[in-house]
Design a protein around this ligand. Sequence first.
Ligand code: SAM
Ligand code: SF4
Length: 331
Amino acid sequence: MDLESRAVTMTSVGAQPKWDAAEANKIYNLPFNDLLFHAHTVHRANFDPNTVQFSRLLSIKTGGCPEDCGYCSQSAHHPTGLKASKLMEVERVITEARKAKEGGATRYCMGAAWRSPKDRDMDMVIAMVHGVKALGLETCMTLGMLSPSQADTLAEAGLDYYNHNIDTSERFYKEIVTTRSFADRLETLGNVRQAGIKVCSGGILGMGETAGDRIDMLVTLANLAEPPESVPINMLMPMPGSKLANAAPVDPIEFIRIIALARILMPKSHVRLTAGRTGMTDEMQALCFFAGANSIFVGDTLLTAANPGDDRDSSLLRRLGLTPAALDSAE
Ligand code: SAM
Ligand code: SF4
C-alpha cells in the first residue's frame, strides 16, 4: 500500500496499523518536502494544527540515582557535580503546580531520580497526585521502573499519565544504560498500561545512535499494543561529567525527519518537542510543529536542564499563530 493511501486509510478509519522497519525507513528517507507534506496531512487529520499542549516538569527528587544512563546529570555514576536532594514536600509541589496552571499548563509532570520508587515513598507520591489533580491539572509521574502493584496504586490514586522513555533502539540501549535492560523498560510500560494509566514514552536523539536506531525506537513505540498517548522526542543536552558530555550535535534536518516519522507512525499521539529546545532555532522548532510536534514543556527548567522559558516560547508561538491547547483537547 503506498504511503498516500496508507496515510489516508490510517487516519480515516482510525485504525492503528502495525509498522515494519523497512517501511518506516522508506518513509523517513522520502524527499523532505514529501515527508513533511504527509506528516502534516496526518497531523491535520487528527489534531488542530494550530494548538500546542503545554506541560510543566518538576524534579520532585533530584540526583543520586543508582542507574547509569549515559545522558543523565542525575546518575550517581557520573561526576556531574549535581547536588542530590531528598523527596520534595507535598505542599511545595502543589504550590509549584498552581503556578504552572496559571502559566497555561494543562499537565503537571513530576520526575524523580529513582531506579524505582520505594514503598516508603508511595504515600507522599500519592498525596502529590491527589493535590495536583485537585487543581484541575492532568497528572504525570516519571519515577523509574514500576511493579504491577505500584502501577495499580498510582492508577487508584488517579494518576493520568506515566512517563517511561525507551530512549533509543533495543540494539543501542546497552551502549547507553547498563544497570537495566530495554526489556525492563517495556515491562514497566506494560504494567502502566495494564493498570489503566496513559503512557508517555519516547527517546533521545544525539547519543551516537544511527538513523536506523532512531527509526527502530519509533517502530517499537508505534507497534506497542497501544501506542503511547504522548511521545517525547528529546535532543541530547550534553551534561558535563556524563558519559555523553562530548556527543556530536544532531543534524536539525534529521531531527525534524524523526518528528515527522513519529507523527506518521503514531497519528493520534501527542508528539512532544522535549529537551534541547534551547539549542534549536525558531525555524527548526517551526518546522517541527509543521511536521506534527504538538506538545512542549513550558517554563525555564526541565528536571535539571535549561528550557527556553515563557518569554521566548510565547514570542515564538505568537509569531507562528499557535495557541495553548485547552485541557479537553490536550488528551
Ligand atoms: N528517572 C526517571 C526515568 O529514568 O524514567 C525519570 C526520567 S526523566 C523524564 C528523564 C528523561 O529525560 C530520560 O528518560 C531521557 O529521555 C530524558 N533526558 C534525561 N537527560 C537528558 C539529556 N541530558 N538530554 C536529553 N534528554 C534527557
Ligand atoms: Fe536515573 Fe532516570 Fe537519570 Fe536514568 S534518566 S540516571 S533512571 S534519573
